[in-house]
Ligand binder design. Structure first.
Ligand code: BGC
Length: 427
């Protein structure tokens, strides 16, 4: 039952700007909300009001002994109109970053996490190759203003999830249902990452820093055939794996664009990650071209299978492609009552600790309950409970468990008995 974390493993928490900040920004998620597409009708304008409560949140993180924080910045807030930069917003983020530093909390900064300013969205966002320059302008601005405070960057969060949900399934803004557009978005985002990778390195180097680390947050899942003896299930599992994550992982990591992605003449073969960043939640059980869930398996409150071994299976595969230190940049679960989150965390950290992979960071998703995209406020992923009416934060039992693990650099028998043993998953 006992787990001792390997020396190099540090625990942290993650969040994303749109999901916690709140505020009436002109971006595609506020637009999507206004058009009635959030299941529980909650709005990103409210979220957790972190934009105003950032200091309280930083203090709470420090109280929880958290030393690593993956956070985002809101493009639409910084650049509300094309060519415009809001200096007050820059000053606000600088104050927050500075304060986190003073609390001994190291930031991993996400530049793009699903949300686009409306002026960029109206131009076709990442569907258009000529729009790549707007993203790169933003990256340049970010490094100019925050480069002295932040050494580690995630350029883009989960390009595959963004591309498929927004342009293939049509469930996220702008609600398109076109495979070819989804492929264009993935191809263009891969180019965006590679160019941003080069830019962040060269800019920080000319500022005199040698500690720059850049990656993209790669959402990976296991695709297993529902019936491993059924050839159709097996073919579909392989194809979905390649379409959803295989092709884009290779393109972004090494610059090798393979079908169905579109090659770009100005990208050459190389190595474009300083660390492998993995966002892992679940497995898909495949019997056709769609998502399926294994029967009789433990599930979270959104019906996602809980499958800890999948984290290692996916990560090991990617590590073969490019041998880099590994950060788990997101892992967590929707557990509205905090009934099994500690067990989920324990089981994922157990497989991490038992594996031979060089996993050096684990960022739990999420620091606090937040605006969970189309699910709105109804899906709670936090270690910290948020009362959305009062914006009061309360550390959950799983949050206390997290702090104890940080303090003990592992999970002792006693900790296991207190926090994990009594918990059960539902099926
Ligand atoms: C995203 C987060 C999201 C989480 C849980 C990840 O795919 O990066 O923004 O909240 O999954 O759904």
């Amino acid at each position: 039952m006992e787990i001792k974390f390997k020396d190099q493993l540090s625990l942290g928490v993650a969040s994303a700007a749109t999901q916690i900040e709140g505020g009436n920004c002109e971006h595609n998620w506020n637009d999507w909300y206004t058009r009635g597409n959030i299941k529980d009708h909650s709005s990103p304008v409210r979220a957790t009001d972190h934009y105003h409560l950032w200091k309280e949140d930083a203090d709470l993180m420090a109280l929880m002994k958290i030393k690593h924080y993956r956070m985002g910045v809101e493009w639409a807030r910084i650049c509300p109109n094309e060519g415009e930069v809001d200096e007050e917003v820059i000053a606000h983020y600088r104050e927050e970053l500075q304060y986190l530093k003073e609390q001994g909390i190291t930031v991993l900064l996400t530049i793009h996490h699903f949300t686009n300013p409306m002026w960029f969205e109206r131009k076709g966002a990442f569907t258009q190759k000529e729009n790549i320059r707007y993203f790169l302008d933003f990256v340049k601005l970010i490094v100019n203003v925050f480069g002295g405070l932040v050494a580690e960057y995630i350029t883009i969060n989960e390009p595959n999830v963004y591309a498929t949900n927004s342009y293939y399934f049509g469930e996220w803004p702008p609600g398109e249902k076109s495979l070819s557009q989804a492929v264009s978005v993935m191809s263009n985002m891969a180019i965006c990452h590679i160019k941003a990778y080069q830019m962040i390195h060269s800019m920080r180097e000319s500022m005199g820093y040698q500690d720059t680390k850049v990656s993209f947050a790669n959402h990976v899942r296991v695709f297993d055939p529902q019936n491993p003896r059924n050839p159709w299930h097996c073919i579909c599992a392989k194809l979905l794996d390649w379409f959803f994550q295989g092709a884009i992982t290779e393109a972004i990591s090494t610059g090798d664009f393979k079908w169905p992605l579109k090659r770009s003449k100005d990208i050459s073969h190389g190595e474009y990650l300083d660390f492998i960043a993995i966002n892992y939640y679940t497995r898909s059980t495949v019997s056709g071209f769609g998502d399926g869930v294994k029967q009789d398996a433990p599930k979270n409150d959104l019906g996602w299978e809980i499958y800890p071994e999948g984290l290692i299976r996916c990560t090991a595969h990617i590590y073969q492609l490019l041998k880099r230190p590994i950060y788990i940049t997101e892992n967590g679960t929707c557990d509205n009552q905090d009934a099994f989150r500690s067990k989920y965390i324990y089981e994922h950290l157990k497989v991490i600790s038992e594996s031979n992979l060089p996993i050096t960071r684990y960022y739990h998703w999420c620091y606090c309950d937040n605006f969970e995209w189309v699910e709105g406020e109804s899906a709670r992923f936090g270690l910290v409970h948020v009362n959305y009416e009062t914006q009061e934060r309360t550390i959950k039992t799983s949050g206390r468990f997290f702090t104890r693990m940080i303090e003990e650099s592992g999970i002792s028998e006693e900790l296991y008995r207190e926090y994990v043993e009594p918990l059960k998953y539902h099926y």
